[in-house]
Design a protein around this ligand. Sequence first.
Ligand code: SF4
Ligand code: SF4
Length: 413
Amino acid sequence: MGTDKQDAVKSLFTAQSAKVDTNKGDAYYEKLYDQCRARLDELKKLAPINSRRDFRTVIEEEGLERRDFLKWASATTAMLMLPASFTPLVAEAAVMMNRVPVVWIELQDCAGNSEALLRSDGPKIDEIILDIISLEFHETLMAASGHQAEKQLEDAIETFKGKYLLFVEGSVPKGLDGAYGTLGAKAETFIDHLKRLSENAAAVIAVGSCATFGGIPAAAPNPTDAVGVMDVVKGKPIINIPACPANPSNMVGVLLHYVLTGQVPELDSLLRPKFAFGYRIHDNCERRAHFDAGEYVEEWGDEGAKNNFCLYKVGCKGPMTFNNCSIVRYNEGVNWPVGVGRGCIGCSEPDFWDKYAYERPMANANIKAPTGGVEKTVDEFGLGLLTAAGVGIAIHAAASAVAGKKESEREEA
Ligand code: SF4
Ligand code: SF4
């Protein structure tokens, strides 16, 4: 393993500030600790599925030392919003990720989340997939195809009935009785496929904006009547990991949390894990000081852009978007969209394509934090500042509203 990769692994999540919910009190965490201990003791009795290697072995084979693994475990404990005393348990859970079977299906999608997963870090996800996670079925990554692949799926859901985690990528087209998306020789519709596989899953994990909220396929005029998994699957624990693509750290985090506790993590009202979506982009953005100082990029390529000023006026929706990408970042923690000069388009929020993905500020940003955290609107920020820039934003927003209204009137005419 090269030094760069080792550094990437060592720095994984170190920027993440621990955000343990202190309201819960010691008794809550003591009980949770005992639950996790019992869960890991039970898992320990099971043989690793298909004799896969464990996380620590893979890390050490990659040239990292045991203390690097423990550093990773400590940073991951913080990411999962658990107290530091849980670090040894998180380390044990990572070693036992090969005890929980995973089935991954793709519906109306571009495979972008699978692609993102392949770009994960610490250790590289191809190593995790092939050596640590018990990935029993993934049609894009597996060698088998056709009838052979179908058999592998049926065998997996039968063998691991009631135990497997079902990861779903892509939206569900409901139009034409589901005929927009079918699978295999029997032409099973995506909707029936999802319902059938969910039935015996321990939990269903929707990854990416399409599987969570319908994503781009559901953008107006939504020709296939695309919806997210939670609109179809009922009576099962569902975890939403939105974003376009979902951050691989959050996918691995959800899996690790399930291995550790046997339960889904604490969720917000949109079924997103709070450990990942309890952060507002705007509150952890490196350009925030420029927002507060009223220093904005006014148009692409101007002096403000050269000076890395705030991107609000060119459409950044960080103030109304909840996700940890400003902390965890993408591509082995190298950078993230706002870091390279592109405003956030709110891809982890419902209907992001219709509501947020345009290069001007929102005219009417009445956004509430689903986690119950910061509940200010962009307009409140602007008024609170009472600076020339704040007023400038309000004027700009009003102008955008008028422009938007005129545009839609033209379209209707
Ligand atoms: S508006 Fe966007 S670029 Fe500006 S501080 Fe907020 S998140 Fe960062
Ligand atoms: S910065 Fe915004 S648009 Fe980009 S990945 Fe994060 S939530 Fe999505």
